[in-house]
Design a protein around this ligand. Structure first.
Ligand SMILES: Nc1ncnc2c1ncn2[C@@H]1O[C@H](COP(=O)(O)OP(=O)(O)OP(=O)(O)O)[C@@H](O)[C@H]1O
Length: 493
C-alpha cells in the first residue's frame, strides 16, 4: 500500500505540490518479513563526519537495556557515535525516504552482549531534490522525543557525508501486515486483534499527548519486537503541534451553553494550570448524581452516530484532555485505503485522523481487507467519502465470539464515523476508546506483562540465523559500495 503525500512543506508553510506515489507496495514485506523489492544501498566505506551531539540522553524506559547501555558506553569512550562504529549486516527494508539496515556495534562493548540495531539511512541531497527533506527532519525530531515501550528508541543519530543515520531498536518480528498474511484465513483472531489494537492505542495516546498526530497507522508500520510486543514505526508523515492540556469543565460548559443556546456544540475548555502529563486517565471516576446534562450528552444530541451516548455514566468532575484534539493541518498525507474523509476533502484535520485509521486498522486485522478499498485509488477515495461502512459476514464458533464480534463492530462503527467531530475520541481523546466495551478487561497499566499472541525467535536464534545466512540476504560488496538509490516515483494526479 503506497503512502501518499502532498504539500511537502505543508505543515510548516502553505505551499502545495503534486501528489507522488512511491513505487512501493505493501507486498514487498509480505512473505519474507525483511525482503525488499528495491535494490538500494549506502556506502559503508564513507567516513563519518562529525557525529552530531546526541540530545536524547534521558530514556528512563531503556535504563537497564543492554543495547542502550552499549550505546552510552560507546559514546563515552569514543566521544561520539558515527557510521564507522557500526557493521551493517543486512538491509531490512526500504521506504519512501530511506533504507533501513540491521547493524551491530563493530567492536563489542566489554561485558555487554552483542546487540542488534536498526539503522535508517536517508540521503539528504536526494531528499532535498525531491523536496522531502523536512520529512526526514521531522522524523528525527519526533524520534528524539520518544520514550515509550511501544515506540522506537532513538539510540544515536549522526551524519555521514550527505547521509543522515538514525540508530533505533531492531524489531525481529517483522510487521503486522506480514504477520497477518502468514495466518490461516489471513485474519487475526479477535483476541489477537484486541491485543495489538490495545498496544497501538497506548502508543497513539502517548504520541497525542506529546503533541504528535501520527497520520500513517497501517499494519505495515506496526512492527513486532523480540518479545512479541509492538513498536509503531515510521514518523515521517507525522504532524507535530503544541499540546496544551485542557480541563473540560462540565458545569462551566453547561452554563455557557445555556447562554449561547444552539451556538455551539463544543465543550467549554479552559487551559489547565499545569504542565502536560503523560496520562490521560480521568481525574476521577466518581459518579455523581444530578440532573445536569453531561457534555457528552450535549454533543450526542446532534450526532447520528452517537458514540458518546454510551457514556451517560461518566463522571461530572473536570477531566483533563492532554491530547491535541484541536490541532489542524490541511496536508494530504497518509495511505490511500487509510485516509480519513477530512484528509481527502482537505477541510483540515487533527488528531481524529488517527482514530479513523485506528478503525481501518482494526477492520483489516479482523477481516483481512480494508473497508473502503475500490478497484483503484481514486475509487477508494470516493468510497471513503461516500460509501457506508459494511462488515463482511463471518462465521463465529461460539456465542462468546459472537458477542465479541458485536462489540468490535460497534467500536469500528464509532471510529469510522465520517464526520471527525462525531468520531469517538474526538472529544476527550484515547480515554473514550479505552472505555469502550471491546476493551473491557484490558489491564492498560500492565499490558506489557501480558503474553503476546506471537513471540518471534529468541535473540540467540536470531544470532545463529544471521551467522548461518538463513535470515536475510547479505549485502554484496557492490551493494555496500554503491551510492544510495533514489526510489522510483510516479506522479499520481
Ligand atoms: N526498527 C526496525 N526494525 C526492523 N525493521 C525495520 C525497523 N524500522 C524499519 N524497518 C523496516 O524498514 C522498512 C522501511 O522503513 P520505514 O518505513 O521507516 O521507511 P520510510 O522510508 O519512512 O518508509 P515510508 O515509505 O513508509 O515512509 C520498514 O517497512 C520495515 O520493514
Amino acid at each position: 500500500m503506497a503512502a501518499i503525500t502532498t504539500r511537502d512543506e505543508s505543515d510548516y508553510d502553505s505551499s502545495c505540490s503534486s501528489i507522488t506515489v512511491p513505487d512501493s507496495s505493501r507486498s514487498w514485506m509480505s512473505n519474507l518479513s525483511f525482503s525488499s523489492r528495491r535494490r538500494s544501498s549506502v556506502s559503508v566505506c564513507s567516513s563519518a563526519t562529525e557525529a552530531s551531539l546526541f540530545s536524547s540522553a534521558h530514556k528512563p524506559h531503556k535504563a537497564n537495556q543492554a543495547a542502550w547501555e552499549a550505546m552510552k558506553r560507546l559514546r563515552s569512550t569514543k566521544g561520539r557515535v558515527g557510521l564507522d562504529h557500526f557493521r551493517l549486516l543486512r538491509r531490512l527494508g526500504s521506504g519512501d525516504i530511506g533504507n533501513v539496515y540491521l547493524c551491530q556495534i563493530r567492536n563489542p562493548v566489554v561485558g555487554l552482549p552483542q546487540c542488534f540495531y536498526a539503522m535508517k539511512v536517508v540521503d539528504r541531497e536526494a531528499l532535498a531534490i525531491r523536496k522531502k527533506l523536512h520529512r526526514a527532519e521531522m522524523e528525527k525530531e519526533i524520534l528524539d522525543m520518544l520514550d515509550h515501550p511501544f515506540l522506537p528508541t532513538l539510540y544515536a543519530e549522526f551524519d555521514a557525508s550527505h547521509y543522515s543515520c538514525l540508530v533505533m531498536e531492531f524489531c525481529p518480528g517483522g510487521d503486522l501486515y506480514a504477520a497477518r498474511q502468514r495466518l490461516p484465513g489471513k485474519c487475526f483472531s479477535i483476541s489477537s486483534a484486541r491485543f495489538y489494537a490495545a498496544e497501538t492505542l497506548l502508543a497513539l495516546e502517548y504520541l497525542h499527548m506529546m503533541g504528535i498526530v501520527y497520520r500513517d497507522l497501517k499494519p505495515e508500520n506496526v512492527l513486532v519486537r523480540e518479545d512479541g510486543h509492538i513498536m509503531l514505526s515510521d514518523f515521517d508523515l507525522s504532524l507535530k503541534c503544541d499540546v496544551v492540556p485542557k480541563l473540560l469543565r462540565r458545569k462551566m460548559y453547561l452554563e455557557s451553553n445555556q447562554k449561547n443556546a444552539k451556538s455551539s456544540s463544543m465543550p467549554y475548555c479552559v487551559a489547565a494550570p499545569m504542565q502536560p502529563v503523560l496520562s490521560c486517565f480521568s481525574a476521577s471516576n466518581k459518579k455523581k448524581k444530578g440532573t445536569v446534562t453531561t457534555i457528552t450528552e450535549q454533543v450526542g444530541a446532534d450526532n447520528n452516530h452517537d458514540h458518546n451516548a454510551d457514556h451517560h455514566h461518566q463522571e461530572l468532575d473536570p477531566e483533563m484532555v492532554a491530547e491535541p484534539i484541536e490541532a489542524r493541518s490541511k496536508s494530504f498525507v497518509g495511505t490511500h485505503e487509510y485516509l480519513a474523509p477530512e484528509v481527502i476533502s482537505g477541510q483540515g484535520h487533527g488528531s481524529a485522523v488517527d482514530w479513523w485509521t485506528f478503525g481501518v486498522f482494526l477492520y483489516e486485522m479482523l477481516y483481512g481487507r480494508t473497508p473502503f478499498k475500490g478497484e483503484n485509488n481514486e475509487k477508494t477515495l470516493i468510497n471513503i467519502l461516500k460509501q457506508p461502512l459494511r462488515f463482511p459476514r463471518v462465521g463465529v464458533s461460539s456465542s462468546k465470539e459472537f458477542e465479541e464480534m458485536v462489540k468490535v463492530q460497534d467500536l469500528i462503527s464509532k471510529l469510522l464515523v465520517k464526520n471527525p467531530k462525531k468520531r469517538i475520541g474526538s472529544l476527550k481523546g484515547s480515554v473514550e476508546i479505552k472505555r469502550h466495551d471491546f476493551f473491557k478487561g484490558v489491564n492498560w497499566a500492565l499490558i506489557r506483562s501480558v503474553r503476546p499472541p506471537h513471540v518471534p525467535a529468541a535473540n540467540s536464534d536470531l544470532h545463529n540465523k544471521i551467522r548461518n545466512r538463513a535470515y536475510l540476504p547479505k549485502l554484496s560488496k557492490k551493494e555496500r559500495d554503491e551510492p544510495f538509490q533514489i526510489p522510483h516515483h510516479v506522479d499520481y494526479f
